[in-house]
Design a protein around this ligand. Structure first.
Ligand SMILES: Nc1ncnc2c1ncn2[C@@H]1O[C@H](COP(=O)(O)OP(=O)(O)OP(=O)(O)O)[C@@H](O)[C@H]1O
Length: 580
């Protein structure tokens, strides 16, 4: 992959924490070495003191045995602490870079990736990478060295025992791995089923009205029972593997101890080692089981981390918005708001190759022209707006404002050029004033209050206890008021172009009328591009553009279209016959 974010972040954190990394290396060496010492001391105690019944030096050996165990504990603690800190720093670095990337990424990415997928890149995948440090690669290196060290020590006591241990090692590893795999499979299955059980409850609660209205209680109950039974079965499996795992490790350990004792007994004398060496070998071999068990789990988390690394790097390599001319400012594009000329120059667009949404669109709008785009649902009206806003890049042609390609306008300048309102109001965390400014520091309090006043919401908002500084709550505003707030948000920076996408779609006729009258006021000095399903509810416009099959079918003044466009005329007639 071209840009390896994970590698870059690791390098950066290591460079920034050289001392901690150096201490970590020393600690790791310390752990590997010190963990080999206790069996050696044990051998000495048995061979020098216990067998010949000699007390000389016994106390100092016992103290060093204890001291070394304490050191191992301290080293282990330090290793974990440093690894966790470094791991957290690396994941923080990765997440920050990902957030920066998210801001630059091409809007088309979000067409194909739902919010769940993107969130999972930030959470699960980065967490999997972090486990690479806490329980993955470093622990695996430590455990591998521990195993090598233990093997070396055993070899040193008896070559024969060394060879036997070497042969037994992969067999033990495979047995442990088989059990771990089954355990993990059952745990994952169980987690999925617990999720399903919980989802089912929340889904039932969410849809309780529909369930009751359509008498679907028994269906919901049956599927809940089914999930519960499945959950119970997998839970049993998890319990079975959990309870059998420890006894299996103990049996393996007991078998090894028995084998070492028998092979080194006087009758066999096969290993030819002292009693102290037997005891030390038993301890060493017992100590082998820990790292072998850990190695299995570490392999597992490394596997998870590798796929996390792949997905994070894949995200990091997503194409970014191509060309933004940072020299362009809103003022340089539109020096006189009465001179805003928008042109569509043979634009075509598709989301998926070979499936054109828009084709060969050529249009030219005069300064302060009011244009309404109409057409059947799915014809590509909202897509056209995204192209005008420069969120999507036409696959062919260009859209220009005063001869400047909209796609090259930097995002920071867009709010001064465009105001955009769509069907629903999207709230942000914060106060009512924040809903208008979107916490943009360059928007003054006066601009916020003027915009709110303009849409006629100031009386209502000032009647609230904290006025404009009231904490935003979805229940504070009706649907119509929210749309007014959305208009205030769009006009706060006084942009010369307004894009209105079906903004009255979810409102009743009276609220719709109120909003349209406010929009008429807003439209005086602006270019207004709007989308409307209902031809009669359009704000009075100069031009109607009818889209059909991704192309401009017809365009002209409403009066002209009434005369020469059958589709337009029949739709107007049809709407007049209906309630609204
Ligand atoms: N993100 C996307 N990825 C793939 N296809 C898409 C995407 N968004 C829209 N489309 C497709 O593009 C076509 C045009 O959609 P668009 O939303 O622009 O139409 P519209 O005219 O605004 O529809 P409506 O009036 O119902 O809002 C539709 O066929 C839709 O399925």
């Amino acid at each position: 992959m071209k840009n390896n974010l994970v590698k870059k972040s690791i390098k950066y954190v290591i460079k920034d924490n050289v001392v901690s990394v150096a201490v970590l290396v020393v600690i790791i060496i310390g752990i590997v070495i010190t963990s080999l010492l206790p069996p050696q001391i044990l051998r000495k105690i048995i061979d020098q003191n216990l067998v010949p019944r000699n007390g000389v030096g016994l106390l100092s050996l016992a103290v060093s045995y204890l001291g070394i165990l304490m050191f191992i504990g301290i080293f282990d603690f330090l290793k974990e602490a440093i690894l966790t800190i470094l791991g957290q720093k690396i994941t923080k670095e990765i997440r920050m870079e990902m957030m920066e990337k998210l801001e630059k990424i091409n809007a088309i990415f979000f067409s194909y990736n739902g919010s769940g997928t993107v969130v999972s890149r930030f959470t699960n995948d980065v967490d999997a990478i972090s486990s690479l440090f806490t329980s993955g690669i470093v622990s695996m290196i430590v455990d591998s060295f521990k195993i090598i060290g233990i093997l070396g020590s055993i070899w040193f006591f008896s070559v024969r025992l060394g060879i036997i241990t070497l042969i037994l090692l992969p067999i033990i590893f495979i047995i442990i791995r088989i059990f771990q795999r089954h355990m993990l499979e059952a745990q994952i299955k169980n987690r999925v089923l617990v999720g399903k059980v919980n989802n089912h409850i929340s889904e039932s609660l969410k849809n309780i009205q529909m369930i009751k209205s359509f008498s679907k209680e028994s269906y919901m109950e049956d599927s809940y029972k089914m999930y519960l039974i499945d959950n119970y079965r997998t839970m049993e499996k998890v319990n079975f593997y959990d309870s059998i795992f420890s006894p299996i490790i103990m049996i393996i350990r007991a078998l090894i101890i028995a084998a070492v004792v028998i092979l080194s007994s006087n009758q066999f004398g096969y290993l030819g080692i002292s009693v102290g060496m037997v005891a030390a070998s038993i301890e060493l071999i017992s100590n082998l089981l820990g790292p072998i068990q850990d190695l299995g789990m570490e392999l597992q988390s490394i596997q998870g981390a590798i796929s996390g690394i792949y997905r994070v790097n894949e995200f990091y390599n997503e194409p970014e918005d191509e060309y933004k001319n940072s020299e362009l400012s809103a003022e340089s594009i539109i020096s006189n708001r009465k001179e805003v000329r928008i042109s569509f120059n043979d634009i075509s667009f598709y989301y998926e190759e070979e499936r054109h949404i828009l084709q060969n669109i050529n249009l030219e709008f005069q300064p302060q022209e009011k244009v309404t785009f109409v057409g059947r649902t799915g014809v590509g009206k909202s897509t056209l707006f995204k192209l005008i806003l420069g969120l999507l890049k036409p696959t062919n042609g260009s859209i220009k404002i005063n001869e400047v390609d909209v796609y090259s306008i930097p995002n920071t300048e867009k709010r001064k050029i465009f105001g955009y309102v769509d069907q629903s109001f999207h709230t942000i965390k914060g106060t009512i004033a924040d809903q208008v400014s979107l916490q943009d520091k360059s928007i003054t309090r006066e601009q916020i209050e003027d915009a709110i006043d303009f849409v006629g919401l100031s009386d209502y908002i000032l009647s609230l206890e904290n006025g404009y500084d009231t904490k935003m709550d979805n229940n504070l505003f009706s649907q119509g008021q929210k749309q007014l707030l959305a208009i205030a948000r769009a006009i706060a920076t006084n942009p010369p172009i307004l894009l209105l996408d079906e903004i009255t779609a979810n409102l009743d006729a009276i609220t719709e009328e109120k909003i349209i009258s406010i929009l008429q006021k807003v439209s005086d000095t602006r270019t207004i591009l709007s989308i409307s399903h209902r031809l009669l509810s359009m704000i009075s416009c100069d031009t109607v553009v009818i889209l059909e099959n991704g192309r401009v079918k017809n365009s002209g003044s409403p009066e002209l279209l009434l005369e020469n466009d059958e589709w337009y005329r029949s739709h107007i007639e049809l709407e007049k016959l209906t309630w609204r």
